[in-house]
Design a protein around this ligand. Structure first.
Ligand code: NA7
Length: 534
């Protein structure tokens, strides 16, 4: 089947997540002919696929949703400070309908190849069903957490029970009632689903390789008074989010850890423990993430909290990280997580002491024998940052494969384009964000749209980036990533969790203010260092 017409599209967007939906909207508003291809059978991207019980934002809902329309902000009342997946999926569907975008979206359309034609400057994009589309500009908004990772455990197909991955959760509800369930992985997804499974299952065995520094999310419903205040504060909220370092409302603190005496410090730690989500990183003592003594003081406070909640001291000890400092990995935020280990039907397996040997027909085998199971939940993460881009068969100038071009890790300019792939952009991909993703990704979408508008209005058909600019931006990302307080090399932000993946920083270590100031400078300089040809 082919849907190729003689006239290529102006813009083809791939991915109907938060970034892709916004890119579709902006491209259409800018007057481009545009379509969007989405592999899923619904819109939402990450928030479509991660529909496991307990999945929710851990950034405040009203800071994570769209801010381009005050009317949209006013009419959508988020129910909770940290919305749960069903509400998020409803919201994204509402946005699609509210702005009449559904007519441009093709669902169930997984891209299998995208090839650039050097002569015409046109991309030909093929989907799984064999359909071909031609487009001048190809924009991949395929996200950073869209390819679930299954560890290569022997015997995975031998298990006779059910297996699900949190990032590929089935549409039909998974019933835990009366079942013997395992959760493998204790990252942000694992710790969200564990308390819910524990309440329903006959037994839950948690397989933990590395303990994480989990602290309370401190979620709550948004009261009517808060709803009214949010509406009244729209401009203020937007201004704060647009000028803060990582796109959050939480203000930076003005004191370092040892500016306070012990009592003051303890009181401040209590305030942090009770504060919502990422306040524990952003509003913490200014030196918490990089002063080792300061970090140890906070970590000991958290460890004491864990010991205070978990009844069995051996279990508590296993739940306290001993191999990385707080903030070195992306911290998960939890609700009733540590309390779950006090339940009689929950047990914890320390995989460092007893690694998984294999899956058998009956369950999971470790050095301690086989744990018989009905259901295994893989909460084992994602091929972060480049996972989706590396599976789309993308070929640029002279047939160069993106995977070969990025064999040593991604090289980008502003996290939006790479050399030798003209007319191809990837907002929200590698080097895009480091904080509140939709805020950074929205900046990139706005920028790409302005760049394409400039090209069109000046009669240019091909847009590529100067290799020198890409080299210096990528070098800067790598340099800044090595400096505290960035995430450490043990984090999957360096691709460390995927065997054989180059160890390269995948976030925007420069931060949002630098991205925004560079965007302004580029725009005022006729979009140099982008190179335009007819
Ligand atoms: P994460 O944060 O990458 O967590 C994956 C978890 O799976 C983590 O605990 C891993 O342990 C564990 N894992 C991975 N491979 C294995 C093997 N082979 N054996 C046992 N355990 C394993 O993914 P999430 O889905 O939780 O969160 C992703 C993002 O979603 C999160 O950062 C938020 O942005 C939302 P490890 O730590 O590697 O020892």
């Amino acid at each position: 089947m082919s849907v190729t017409s003689d006239t290529p599209l102006d813009v083809l967007v791939v991915g109907a997540g938060i970034t892709g939906i916004y890119q579709l909207y902006r491209a259409r508003e800018a007057g481009f002919t545009v379509e969007l291809l989405e592999a899923g059978v619904g819109v939402g991207g990450t928030w479509f696929w991660n529909r496991y019980p307990g999945a929710r934002f851990d950034s405040e809902s009203y800071t994570y949703g769209y801010l381009f329309s005050k009317e949209l902000f006013d009419e959508w009342e988020w129910q909770e400070h940290f919305a749960e997946q069903p509400e998020i999926e409803r919201y994204l569907n509402h946005v699609v309908d509210r702005f009449d975008l559904r007519q441009h979206i093709h669902l169930g359309a997984r891209v299998t190849s995208a090839t650039y034609d050097d002569t015409s400057g046109i991309w030909t994009v093929t989907t799984e069903d064999g359909a071909e589309r031609r487009t001048r500009f190809l924009i991949s908004a395929t996200g950073v957490l869209s390819v679930p990772f299954f560890p290569d455990v022997p015997g995975r197909d031998d298990f006779a029970g059910q297996q699900v991955h949190t990032g590929l959760w089935p549409a039909e509800p998974v019933d835990f009632t009366g079942k013997r369930v395992a959760v493998i992985g204790t990252g942000s997804s694992g710790v969200q689903i564990i308390p819910i499974v524990a309440e329903q299952a006959a037994s839950l065995t948690v397989y933990q390789r590395t303990a994480n520094w989990c602290t309370p999310l401190n979620n709550s419903p948004i009261t009517a008074a808060e709803q009214a205040q949010l509406r009244a504060d729209f401009e203020k909220i937007r201004e704060t989010l647009n000028t803060s370092v990582s796109g959050f409302l939480h203000p930076a603190h003005d004191r370092a850890t040892f500016d306070d005496d012990e009592d003051q410090r303890h009181a401040f730690f209590e305030t942090m423990w009770s504060s919502p989500g990422f306040a524990k990183l952003i509003s913490h003592y200014t030196d918490m993430t990089f002063n080792l003594e300061a970090n140890a003081a906070w970590s000991e406070f958290v460890a004491a909290k864990i010991r205070g909640i978990v009844n069995d001291p051996d279990v508590a000890a296993k739940l306290i990280p001993d191999d990385h400092r707080f903030g070195e990995k992306r911290p998960p935020f939890v609700t009733s997580y540590f309390e779950t280990y006090n339940r009689a039907n929950v047990s914890l397996v320390d995989l460092k002491a007893t690694p998984i040997r294999r899956l058998t027909e009956l369950g999971i085998e470790t050095a301690d024998g086989v744990q018989e199971l009905d259901l295994i939940i893989w909460a084992t993460g994602f091929d972060f940052g480049t996972g989706a881009l590396s599976r789309m068969g993308i070929r640029g100038q002279g047939g160069l494969a993106l995977n070969d071009h990025w064999a040593d890790g991604p090289t980008t300019y502003l996290g939006v384009q790479t050399t030798r792939f003209p007319n191809f952009f990837f907002p929200g991909g590698p080097h895009a964000a480091a904080g509140n993703n939709p805020r950074y990704n929205g900046d990139q979408v706005d920028f790409v749209t302005d760049l394409l508008t400039y090209a069109r209005d000046n009669g240019y058909g091909v847009v590529e980036v100067d290799p020198a600019a890409e080299e210096s931006w990528t070098a800067m990302i790598d340099r800044a990533a090595r400096k505290a307080p960035s995430f450490g090399e043990c984090s999957y932000y360096f691709g460390t969790n995927i065997p054989g993946k180059p160890k390269k920083y995948l976030l925007n270590s420069a931060g949002r203010p630098k991205l925004l100031s560079m965007i302004e400078e580029i725009k005022s300089n006729d979009f140099k260092p982008f190179i335009f040809t007819q």
